[in-house]
Write a protein that binds this ligand. Structure first.
Ligand SMILES: Cc1cc2nc3c(=O)[nH]c(=O)nc-3n(C[C@H](O)[C@H](O)[C@H](O)COP(=O)(O)O)c2cc1C
Length: 215
């Protein structure tokens, strides 16, 4: 298959001065609402998360954005996973939303920290029982002998919970990460590869510098 000839013109929209509010979170909220509103995007809250190890090697994976909290982007994960361990060593993080049907991309760079425990507890309690048990028994990112090991741990815990009625509380290894954005770039595809790129950079006084970048 020759993929070199696959080409698409981007014509769905544009970002002109009047579309650019002083606060990038307002624009993020607008685009997120539009992404959730279109039925063409299977997982509109999915974002690719980039972390960097202590020896400066980058890695990526997809997670789901669960909340925008006081201007911070929140997702939930296993703190002992590969990403969790990398973030403990190096809090610099990058997030990427790619909404192909809208010809839009948003790149966010910032710093990550753990969500306060009470807030992780509250979110954990809101999850279905199966997900709570799953994230308790899964040693995310570690090698396991096979799927049966995981299923055995899941069934053991589920049976115990059913027999005792014990609540499944959040394990210490699982919780929220909140990302404070320092740089947010909005990309809207345009004709002839002359795409719109609007970059917001956080300033020392808390305001955002706004620049247009060449595509
Ligand atoms: C659509 C999608 C959503 C996902 N959501 C999450 C999530 O919210 N949290 C999470 O820890 N992993 C999520 N994953 C799994 C991660 O991509 C990844 O496999 C896992 O977190 C382990 O990553 P790590 O070994 O780099 O730490 C999701 C995967 C996909 C494809």
């Amino acid at each position: 298959m020759d993929i070199s000839g696959i080409r698409k013109e981007y014509t769905r929209g544009g970002l002109s001065r009047c579309d650019i509010p002083p606060d990038p979170l307002a624009l993020f909220g607008k685009w997120l609402t539009e992404a959730v509103g279109t039925e063409q995007i299977a997982e509109p809250t999915a974002m690719v998360v980039g972390t960097v190890s202590a020896d400066c090697r980058p890695s990526l994976r997809t997670v789901l954005l669960k909340e925008l909290r006081e201007g911070k982007f929140v997702f939930f994960t296993n703190y002992e996973s590969r990403k969790g361990r990398q973030l403990a060593d190096n809090p610099h993080i990058a997030l990427s939303f790619m909404w192909y049907p809208l010809e839009r991309q948003i790149h966010i760079e910032g710093t990550a920290e753990r969500l306060p425990a009470e807030e992780s507890d509250a979110y954990f309690r809101s999850r279905p029982l199966g997900s709570r048990i799953g994230s308790t028994v899964s040693p995310q990112s570690r090698t396991i002998t096979g799927r049966s090991e995981l299923l055995r741990a899941y069934e053991e815990m589920r049976d115990e919970v059913e027999a005792t009625g014990k609540p499944v509380e959040r394990p210490a290894h699982w919780g929220g990460i909140e990302v404070t954005p320092l740089r947010i770039e909005f990309w809207q595809g345009r004709e002839n590869r002359l795409h719109d790129r609007i970059l917001y950079t956080l300033q020392a006084d808390g305001s955002w510098r706004i620049e247009r970048l060449a595509p």
